[in-house]
Design a protein around this ligand. Structure first.
Ligand code: AGV
Ligand code: CA
Length: 307
């Protein structure tokens, strides 16, 4: 069994990632932290607790709410999706929520869970890196107990996904929310596998994949996934600012099934000021990390069905 601590920010693919982690036979989920970045915090925490109740096969866990604040807030329209997910009937059949809220904020919960877990823990983070950066500031010794960080964020190809004033179009949203947090994590010696936009662009949400999930809706987990991805726009005629990709699900599935991705070692740095703040870029002598470059598209989607 691998110990995994998951920190996410409550968008559709974050919550689907939580569901998938709960289905992975080799994963021992030790904790879940939620940051209200690409979501409002309350519904994202609530939906996480209900997903653990409904799809956790009896797993005993609690969910830590983050008190982290970003520098650049996500668009409100995107953050609202968590309210819809939290209201899905499939999560509300019993009318009660059993999985409790953790006593400490997410960055301190991360420290507690990593330190209390025998052996090393793998971190999977599908939102901004703020909670990990704050955890490192409080207790730098956690690095000795972290096996690897799988992070959805950043990009090296110069094509960002932030359409906001005062930035230059090269930055990915999770990095943009808190650029300094990325820098703090880069300055640590934690091994990182980064899933940036160059690879996630290979797995857009499409009408065809939605149709495929629709045919499998007799399985409750795939019904939930289909309902979730009904809330967000697929890639249809052309890519817009709101087009949805399977960013976080790719990160999560690749952390468990490395065969679905191709990686390469790169050295990099991150900008923390100016219109490119949050931009990750390659530089010789920079911070080493493993970058996902290619995805086995069909293998990836087949893996979701199989979990
Ligand atoms: O930049 C991708 C990250 C992922 O962690 N998030 C969404 C995923 O959870 C931000 C984001 C970028 N574009 C978006 C996003 C969009 N069109 N809708 C919602 N969130
Ligand atoms: Ca996310």
């Amino acid at each position: 069994m691998r110990n995994v601590y998951f920190n996410h920010d409550g968008s559709v693919d974050d919550l689907v990632s939580l569901l998938l982690l709960l289905q992975m036979p080799d994963v021992h989920l030790t904790g879940v932290g939620v940051v209200g970045a690409d979501s409002y915090l309350e519904p994202a925490v609530s939906a996480s607790r209900k997903i653990i109740d409904r799809f956790g096969h009896g797993t005993i866990l609690n969910v830590a709410a983050s008190n982290s604040r970003g520098v650049h807030p996500f668009p409100k329209e995107w953050r609202l999706d968590a309210f819809s997910l939290d209201a899905f009937p499939i999560l509300n059949e019993s009318g009660t929520v059993k999985t409790p809220v953790a006593s400490k904020p997410a960055h301190l919960d991360l420290i507690d869970k990593v330190q209390a877990t025998p052996g090393k823990t793998t971190l999977v983070m599908t939102g901004p890196l703020t909670d990990l950066a704050r955890a490192l500031e409080v207790d730098p010794t956690i690095t000795a107990k972290i096996d690897k960080l799988y992070w959805m964020g950043g990009t090296f190809d110069g094509r960002g996904n932030v359409a906001e004033p005062e930035q230059d179009g090269t930055v990915e949203w999770n990095a943009y929310w808190d650029p300094q947090a990325v820098k703090t994590v880069w300055d640590s010696d934690i091994a990182i596998q980064m899933v940036g936009l160059e690879s996630t662009r290979q797995v857009p949400l499409t009408p065809a994949i939605r149709q495929h999930w629709a045919t499998l809706r007799q399985h409750p987990a795939l019904d939930f996934i289909g309902q979730g991805y009904a809330l967000v726009p697929p890639l249809e005629h052309f890519e817009t600012n709101s087009t949805y990709f399977l960013w976080d699900v790719l990160t999560t599935v690749a952390s468990d099934t490395p065969a679905i991705v191709t990686t390469k070692e790169v050295t990099s740095d991150v900008l923390t000021t100016g219109p490119g703040q949050g931009r990750t870029f390659k530089v010789t002598d920079g911070r080493p990390l493993t970058l996902v470059t290619q995805v086995d598209h069909d293998g990836f989607f087949a893996r979701i069905d199989a979990l």
